[in-house]
Design a protein around this ligand. Structure first.
Ligand code: ZN
Length: 248
């Protein structure tokens, strides 16, 4: 009796830089099957990930063929107003479910809390000596609770429609992804930042991650599944990517 040895995934990554038409492009050679081209936050850096044995001349040719796309997206990225560092003071704009609100910080000696008032203000009641970090923490906790309220209905709805189910759903603050799916564990992470976006964008990410339980890769089949369940998904994707990151 003998066992088949499972081929171990090669996790080494060879990183290099090439310049094409004035763009400094990061090239990552790794154990993958397809080429991925991404524009990354915060400054619109271009990155191409390719299978290990891809020839450099081919990579250059690929990038040249994608130059119009790269130029368009890098430009869009740079035009996008970057989020300024928050100080959590009255008058600051904060987004919630796709709407812009003004933060109103109220001096309050009791247990800190957050509430929406007049459909216009996010009122943060907290002691006046509170530091930026303390104010931020209370607001993030509130955002997390609000997203926690949204997710069960959205997941229940789409799990029923799609006939799949996740074992675990978590909310996480992530820098480069709106959501992730660990297919083996059927564990889905949703980015806390999504609470700032319209609910249909949250739904789009949920459908995207649930689709991974049917199809691992972002291939033709993946898109067909998305088209079937959420025909307008490309519009939502555009809306999200325009404001945060491209790719993934
Ligand atoms: Zn995905």
């Amino acid at each position: 009796m003998f066992k088949f040895l499972k081929k171990k995934r090669d996790k080494t990554v060879i990183k290099s830089e090439i310049i094409v038409s004035g763009f400094n492009i990061t090239v990552l050679k790794k154990d993958i099957k397809n080429i991925h081209l991404n524009i990354l936050p915060p400054d619109g850096k271009v990155r191409v990930s390719v299978p290990k044995r891809t020839d450099d001349v081919f990579i250059r040719g690929f990038i040249v063929s994608k130059l119009p796309w790269i130029e368009k997206h890098v430009r869009r990225f740079k035009e996008q107003p970057r989020e300024t560092p928050r100080e959590y003071v009255s008058g600051e704009s904060h987004y919630f479910k796709g709407e812009r609100y003004l933060l109103s910080v109220i001096d309050y000696a009791g247990k800190p809390n957050v509430a929406i008032n007049d459909k216009k203000y996010i009122c943060l009641s907290i002691k006046k000596e509170a530091t930026v970090e303390e104010r931020k923490k209370i607001l993030l906790n509130w955002q997390r609770k609000e997203l926690e309220k949204e997710l069960p209905d959205i997941f229940n709805k789409w799990q029923t429609i799609m006939g799949v189910s996740a074992n675990e759903i978590r909310i996480k603050k992530m820098k480069t992804k709106w959501g992730t799916c660990n297919i083996k564990a059927k564990r889905i992470w949703i980015n806390l930042e999504l609470i700032k976006k319209p609910v249909y964008c949250i739904e789009y990410i949920v459908v995207h991650e649930l689709t991974h339980l049917i199809e691992k890769n972002h291939n033709k089949r993946f898109k067909e599944i998305m088209d079937k369940f959420l025909p307008a998904w490309r519009i939502y994707k555009k809306e999200l990517n325009g404001s945060f990151l491209l790719g993934s």
